[in-house]
Design a protein around this ligand. Structure first.
Ligand code: ZN
Length: 362
């Protein structure tokens, strides 16, 4: 496939709708329904599981199974404690960032619908400038405009309600996509686009393709751990986001050097199967798709680990989309990278043969 533009008006409309829908960890199903609606014309059937992971399947009869995967959940907060004065203290559901909370609006998800709230913060005038306190989990709090605990409860808010940010999709300077939850709504989007392109270009694969949108990645790869036992794949190509390390206060000696606009990032890590990764790299080179490299000691921290270390070992690779400001409400990616991840996964699938073992000993 040439470098011609991949994203259509229809795909962009879907991305926007899919991003703007909240899908906090443990509560992914409405987002999964949107995703399955979009994917439906391009797959033969779906698998869903008890906790909400959704899988579009092409060639369900095939013995040899290839997974392409992203995760569907987003970080959020839980209501943990409501004070007598009607203020709400939170705990994390995923790696939510306490530093960005003050002054943000929030959506509290209740049975009665969304209840609006704000993370308050003491005014600059009232603080002691000689000992400024940074926002921490134990000092950030949500105000829902209620005078006491009873009024909070009357709104339908109780301990255990999940809380998300209302920020929606925007385009910055023509080709940067900005939103909360691009980690990893964009992964589900990119694998769906691969399925669309296979369908539109009438490509017949010699194996079963399992387009997998896993739940509960943000709290420890749990959805992937479950679905890999159900699918029992031969190969897993996982996509997630990784850091752009070129913005201020990031130490490249520790975090490596990767940036938006320079292409997909291919991982080196024990969980990454070397022969499969070399196939991906060879595919990128043949098709002149730009790419970057990243190394991880021990874990990749992505669903790659869950697939790799399942079912007696599944050949797995990680293709990441570089992103700025991860786990903030202004996560930023480059449109070109989104298209190049889609191209790289698409071309890699066309470069995998039925029954390949990727054994080091053959
Ligand atoms: Zn994340």
């Amino acid at each position: 496939m040439s470098a011609k533009k991949i994203l259509t008006k229809k795909s962009m409309d879907f991305l926007e709708k899919y991003l703007n829908n909240a899908a906090p960890t443990g509560y992914e199903w409405e987002g999964q329904k949107l995703w399955m609606d979009y994917l439906k014309p391009y797959v033969d059937t779906f698998i869903t599981d008890t906790y909400g992971t959704a899988v579009g399947v092409i060639n369900p009869e095939a013995k040899y199974k290839v997974v392409i995967e992203g995760h569907s959940d987003e970080i959020s907060w839980y209501v943990n404690y409501i004070t007598d004065d009607g203020l709400i203290y939170v705990i994390r559901n995923g790696g939510s960032d306490h530093q960005i909370a003050p002054s943000k609006w929030v959506n509290i998800h209740t049975k009665k619908g969304i209840v609006k709230g704000i993370f308050g913060w003491p005014a600059i005038h009232t603080r002691d400038s000689s000992k400024e306190e940074p926002p921490k989990l134990d000092n950030i709090f949500i105000d829902v405009g209620a005078k006491d605990k009873a009024e909070v409860e009357k709104l339908g808010v109780h301990v255990g309600c999940v809380i998300t940010y209302p920020d929606t999709f925007q385009v910055l300077n023509g080709n940067k996509f900005v939103c909360r939850a691009i980690d990893n709504r964009v992964g589900g989007f990119m694998i769906a686009e691969v399925a669309r392109l296979l369908h539109e270009n009438k490509k017949k694969l010699p194996f079963g393709l399992y387009i997998t949108n896993a739940v509960q990645e943000e709290i420890g790869l749990r959805g992937a751990e479950m679905i890999t036992q159900t699918i029992k794949p031969n190969i897993a190509i996982v996509t997630d986001v990784c850091h752009d390390t070129t913005t201020p206060m990031i130490e490249k000696k520790k975090q490596g050097h990767t940036l938006i606009g320079a292409g997909p990032v291919i991982s080196y890590a024990p969980a990454v199967q070397n022969k499969l990764r070399e196939r991906i790299i060879e595919t990128a080179e043949t098709n002149q798709i730009p790419f970057q490299r990243m190394a991880a000691s021990r874990y990749t921290g992505t669903d790659t680990d869950a697939f790799a270390y399942s079912n007696g070992g599944v050949a797995s690779v990680l293709i990441s989309l570089p992103l700025r400001y991860m786990h903030t409400t202004v996560e930023t990616v480059h449109r070109d990278d989104v298209e190049n991840v889609i191209r790289l996964i698409y071309e890699s699938l066309l470069n995998i043969k039925d029954g390949e073992t990727f054994s080091y000993f053959e």
